[in-house]
Write a protein that binds this ligand. Sequence first.
Ligand code: ZN
Length: 76
Amino acid sequence: MFPVGKCPKCEKVVTNPQIEQVETGSKLSGPLYRGINITCQHCHTIIGSAIDPIWLQKRIVDELLDAMGIAPRKRR
Ligand SMILES: [Zn+2]
């Protein structure tokens, strides 16, 4: 199956979306989270944003281990 989704700005087919890491939230309004922006590889328009799923997975595992009294492993 070939990608057919088009960028809403340049209208080219986005076959290789780029992922940029960003911080979300504000030090004044609450905690900072790592996020990602998914951008068009042609014109760099942001076509999606989300909390960084890898960062979120690590936080959930660390909090579960902490709740169970187990120290999280050191990670690279
Ligand atoms: Zn584009």
